[in-house]
Ligand binder design. Structure first.
Ligand SMILES: [Zn+2]
Length: 249
């Protein structure tokens, strides 16, 4: 498959599943909290906060795009086979779905697996899921665990991780945030450190590559550092185009 066919396949998949396709925003960000665009969600930040209406501006709460991103926070890792400073992020969003809605965690997990397995033909047996283990006032994400199980990822390939890897945001001191859940792809034992403990986020090797991060925005961190439930929950996902291309080709 040519790289452009993969971009097209991603956009067509989300379009046929009810998403409005949005153009990549400029690398010069609309979001003043960053110097350069580093993630697909930045052009949607005001919608995710609830201060702008996606129906009014895009005609849909469900959006997808291919966003050019520039990152320097992991620059020490650039030069290996999974990190770039300039890359493209494939993403899909569900903005303002309430927790009883159709497209919150269930939709995010179902669409991500559907694309990787049904559209790209990647092997589900090589996929692991990470979920938030729970910390402080925020409980373990048992809802996500249940959904991964329902979608055919067995318990032994679901890892419960701390906020270091599985809690997103807020990007400033206060704001929307929430647990996230990642799909990691097992590249095979030949990439591994050989230790019994080797698994996603292994500190000793790169056997497992994170391919998709699904963020479940369901809290707001306030000025006192407390987490309040958000009235408007959102799905914000991102998968690295170059990583995905290297998996399917
Ligand atoms: Zn390892």
């Amino acid at each position: 498959m040519q790289s452009n066919q993969l971009r097209q396949k991603f956009l067509e998949y989300f379009q046929k599943n009810g998403h409005k396709i949005v153009q990549s925003s400029s690398l010069l960000p609309t979001d003043p909290s960053v110097l350069l665009t580093t993630a697909g969600m930045q052009q949607f930040s005001l919608y995710l906060e609830g201060s702008k209406d996606p129906i009014k501006d895009f005609g849909s709460r469900h959006l997808a795009d291919v966003q050019k991103c520039f990152r320097t926070n992991d620059i020490d890792e650039v030069g290996d086979d999974t990190h770039h400073t300039l890359f493209e992020m494939l993403g899909n969003w569900s903005i303002g779905t309430d927790e009883n809605g159709q497209y919150f965690k269930q939709g995010a997990i179902g669409y991500a697996l559907g694309f990787l397995v049904d559209e790209l033909g990647l092997d589900k047996e090589k996929m692991w899921a990470t979920v938030f283990v729970g910390e402080g006032s925020i409980p373990k994400d048992t809802e996500a665990i249940g959904l991964w199980l329902e979608n055919g990822i067995p318990q032994e390939r679901i890892m419960e991780c701390s906020s270091e890897n599985n809690f997103w945001g807020p990007t400033a001191k206060t704001g929307p945030c929430g647990p996230c859940s990642e799909i990691h792809y097992d590249r095979g034992i030949e990439y591994g450190c050989g230790k019994d403990t080797c698994a996603p986020n292994c500190p000793d090797c790169k056997r497992f590559v994170e391919v998709w991060n699904l963020v479940f925005m369901q809290y707001r961190k306030d000025e006192q550092g407390q987490f309040q439930k958000l009235a408007q929950t959102n799905i914000d996902t991102g998968t690295g185009f170059e990583r995905m291309y290297s998996k399917q080709s």
